[in-house]
Design a protein around this ligand. Structure first.
Ligand code: GTP
Ligand code: MG
Length: 253
């Protein structure tokens, strides 16, 4: 990969962002010749399962903001995101100076706060090609409406950050019996539509029918990866899809 690639790892609280950052980074180091850098943008965590090359906690932490400004955890996270936004130029400069082929960027559990403030600014200032990985529990996607919800959220994240988003259904080790059904729904738009209608009721049927008509165009199935940060399953597939999206972005820039 000729230019640095930034992978912003986002996802719902506890979806496994930090675990996947560590597992995917290790996989890349062991299976390719790419040099990986680890960036922690979560000021609220006590522990990260990788050694950060850049750590936002060197500048501020949620515990410290709570103390200094008499705020609760969510108020402090909003404040931290504003600080991230205000100092995005300084932080992104430091991150851009880290020599690496791939920068894995772990983000806070309060995803919406990061997406409102700080996240878009950082994404804009990163040098190279930037892609986001959007993690949710695979379990959620076992229901058709859950799958649609997950994929729409991924699409919104891409829109907000201004970069392509790859959906990662993490923790597949906990959803083994449901993976075949997820695959069927991903591969067959008609089946997904049927299932969505079956799960919806009342006025929601019109909405879900409308959505299921546009989804296949908006969300190509190839952008979904099933993975486990715990067992390491799906890392090769994730790498291949990242590479594909990276090459497509490269052609456009
Ligand atoms: N079984 C299983 N557990 C996982 C997997 N990935 C993460 N976990 C567990 O899920 C919990 C949360 O993982 P984290 O990596 O801290 O998740 P996170 O998204 O970074 O969490 P926040 O930053 O607090 O939002 C931990 O107990 C992990 O060990 C997985 O693929 N399978
Ligand atoms: Mg985390």
């Amino acid at each position: 990969m000729p230019r640095p690639l930034n992978l912003i790892v986002l996802g719902t609280a506890g979806a496994g962002k930090s675990a996947l950052t560590a597992t995917f980074g290790k996989w890349i180091e062991q299976n390719t010749d790419q040099k990986v850098a680890y960036i922690n943008l979560d000021p609220g965590c006590d522990f990260v399962p990788f050694e950060p090359d850049f750590d936002i906690r060197d500048y501020f932490t949620i515990a410290q903001i709570m103390r200094d400004e008499s705020l609760g955890p969510n108020g402090a996270m909003v404040r931290a995101s504003e600080m991230l936004e205000q100092r995005a130029g300084e932080f992104s400069k430091q991150i851009n100076e880290i020599e690496a082929d791939i920068r894995l960027i772990d983000t806070p559990g309060q995803m919406e706060v990061f997406l409102f403030h700080g996240g878009p600014e950082i994404a804009k200032l990163m040098e190279g090609v930037t892609i986001s990985l959007f993690l949710t529990d695979a379990e959620v996607a076992a229901k058709a409406t859950g799958l649609v919800f997950t994929r729409l959220l991924g699409l919104s994240i891409g829109l907000r950050l201004g970069v392509p988003a790859i959906s990662v259904l993490n923790k597949i080790d906990l959803a083994q019996g449901k993976l075949a059904e997820i695959d069927r729904m991903l591969a067959d738009a008609e089946l997904l539509k049927e299932r969505v209608v079956k799960e919806s009721s009342g006025v929601m049927i019109d909405l879900t029918l409308g959505l299921s008509r546009v989804l296949p165009d908006l969300l190509p199935a190839a952008r979904v990866v099933k993975a486990s940060a715990k067992t390491g399953e799906g890392m090769r597939e994730l790498y291949d899809i990242v590479h594909e999206v990276f090459c497509a972005c490269g052609d456009l820039t």
